[in-house]
Design a protein around this ligand. Sequence first.
Ligand code: GMT
Length: 380
Amino acid sequence: MKIGIVCYPTFGGSGVLATELGIALSDKGYEVHFITYEQPVRLNQSFHPNIYFHEVKVPTYPLFDYPPYETALASTMVNVIVNQKLDILHLHYAIPHASAAYFARQILRKTGQDIPFITTLHGTDITLVGRDATYAPVVTFSINESDAITAVSDNLREETFRSFKIEKDIHVIPNFVDIKRFYQTDKEHFKQMLAPDGEKILVHVSNFRAVKRVPDVIKIFEKVRKEVPSKLLMIGDGPERLNVEELARTMGVYNDIRFLGKQEQISEILSIADLFLLPSETESFGLSALEAMACNVPLISTNAGGLPEINIEGVTGYMSDVGDVDSMAKHAIYMLSDNDRLAQFKKDAIAQARKFEKQHIIPMYEQLYNEVIANYNKNK
Ligand code: GMT
């Protein structure tokens, strides 16, 4: 089977998940074609002979204040579908991928070469951006035109039905983790450098957007640090970074924090962490938290969105209401202040991550592809 994957190539969760899916499918013998404007970040970590990358180029012109990416994307989809003879197109993040696919299909129908497409909803395409009245009619239409729809959690599925007039079922296929790549490795020397006096290490990974409430990470750390000797690693970059660095200086905790920026070898950093902080305003699943758990790291998170579907209260960590930094700090101190207790949380975090191992989840996508292609051909 030849599968086209359309995604954002950045460090965002939807692009990471789409890339991991493409890698997993290619390992199983499928031919995978990525269509996006840049090489997806996790693709350049190693060579995969069954994976092809088709760059969407958006020519500029003095008239264009806003170069028409969606038009370039739809044209590239048409080219790749026809020339590579794809069987199915899988779109990750509804905007603008689903509407571009609809457009591409209308073009292909004229020549009898159209193929089915599946849209996977990831989170902010529904909970923030898609809901905006500017986009909502196009998002609703193109989701409904998809041959199948998936969401990454039960919560996102319900949220989609609440916010849009969706006329077909939404399959829930959760995020997954490759535990052959995400596991705790021995990085004691690295830990020694960052926490020379045996301090506990807290970590946050995100794209530093407002929805992640990154200032809450600093506020939680400031409280934890008063009770438990600790250090904080901040991984990622984005619009909130400068404000957050300034907040850390103002609160007098900057010297105990390392802002490491965007990193590709996340599992090596997670390997030395004791606790993962994810105080998001909304989080449809929390892929970064799952990857942390696979590396032995329990969670302090909010109870927003789909987080209760992965963080088991009192077992893999604790959850609090959005913005309740006192509660999150209290739970973090409880977990970090007793080594035996912390070890149990770590063990339970790994056990929970294993439930979302890629070998359990990839077959769900394979089954859906087969069903969708069979139905499409039947109704042609
Ligand atoms: O918001 C992000 O951090 C990026 C975003 C995306 O769509 O690129 O991530 C979303 O998709 C991930 C993969 O399915 C989920 O694990 C994240 O929870 C989700 N983010 C939000 O809902 C805020």
